[in-house]
Design a binder for this molecule. Sequence first.
Ligand code: SF4
Ligand code: SF4
Length: 469
Amino acid sequence: MQSDTLEHTIDEVRGKIHPRSVSGVFARWRVVFVFLTQLVFYGMPWLQWNGRQAVLFDLGARKFYLFGLVLWPQDVVYLAVLLVISALSLFLFTAVAGRLFCGYACPQTVYTEIFMWIERRVEGDRLARIRLDAAPWSLRKLRLKLAKHALWIVVAWWTGYTFIGYFAPIRDLGAALLALQLGPWQWFWMLFYGFATWGNAGFMREAVCKYMCPYARFQSVMVDPDTFVVTYDKGRGEPRGGRSRKADHRAAGLGDCVDCSLCVQVCPTGIDIRDGLQYLCIGCGACVDACDQVMGKMQYPAGLIRYTSQRAVQEGWSARQARARLLRPRVLIYAAIILALSAAFVASLALRSPLRVDVIRDRGVLAREVPGGMVENVYRLQLINTSDAPMRLHLAAGGLPGLAVHAERQTGPDILLEPYANRLVPVVIRAPAGAAAPGPHPIQVQARAQTPDGRLVERSEPSSFYMPD
Ligand code: SF4
Ligand code: SF4
């Protein structure tokens, strides 16, 4: 009941849109994208890889598992490059075909589609929903509203649960949830994300695209007259007006638009595409499907509303001529940059050393003389094995005659590093007293290992050795 009051309050503010359902080519593509995107989102956390979750942002351990790849905080540059590639891809798609992402893959669109599908199943199509909303409260109305919200809440909750499953192993979360033993942050994020899904897809819907989405505002700088957008062919459609199917509308001075308003009724953002390109259009193609059906019934050619460029409509170009302009310099430059960045990204990942070494000189411990006529300095080595196989490391040092490395709590300079391990290992480096003049001397600390596939991995890090007076 409370949610229904909320629904009415929001509807009063924004004017509720009851989009009519539509079938056609683009409606089918939207369904395909709903399935694909949700298959990836809901399915990914359940995939396993070498006995662990395949995709996991382990914030506690500060590791990001992505199938065979493990990214560490030191790899933040890879995430930055990924973000740049994603942003450029968005620019590319927008330059080619406007807001394709909004219409087919944006989570707001996808969840709104799912929630509207549930709404249609429970409350009926557009007219039935309008009548139900206008009707006084009755047992039937209460039953339908409760059923709809119960189904919405199940989807929203599962979405919230899946979301936290990207940050903590989802199989363990299930057991913890059943035992009501989730941590406070896990409860918070699951409920918050579920609530946001329920609110955005159930109530806010197109208002998010209209008033909150920044992409809608700056898309105008990313499209140009050759971009494919959903366009009403004014030259062909106007003057609009009703007519009988058999009438010769041209002789009557009418264009092809029969002014049936179906294109407006199916529009999820409630706009009339016949008013021209608007920033509220998310490019979903629902009006294209609706109008093509009307054109079919009237036995007019399809495509009064179609994906084409503004220039093509103005110049009266054919679809082929319009498509030829897709490969224009701007698009080719975006594509070339994305290709170059992606190639560099993949090559860099493939050549990435599975061993990382950082040498930290322990400034709290001064150089000291030890029995045997040796001088020792103390260091801490941060050793990271980014691979999924153990590594036996051999440590050595160079730069002064007679340098020897001893890892603490080890019998010699060899260290076993477990898969995906990040260890801080105290080591001492010794040199014969008198091997060098008093004062600091540059040295190199070397770590060498052989991976199970036979690859020799070697890292050399600079540091300094202090020789006392
Ligand atoms: S659906 Fe087509 S024919 Fe009907 S009003 Fe819209 S543009 Fe005109
Ligand atoms: S105008 Fe057409 S393409 Fe744009 S949002 Fe409305 S239905 Fe979708």
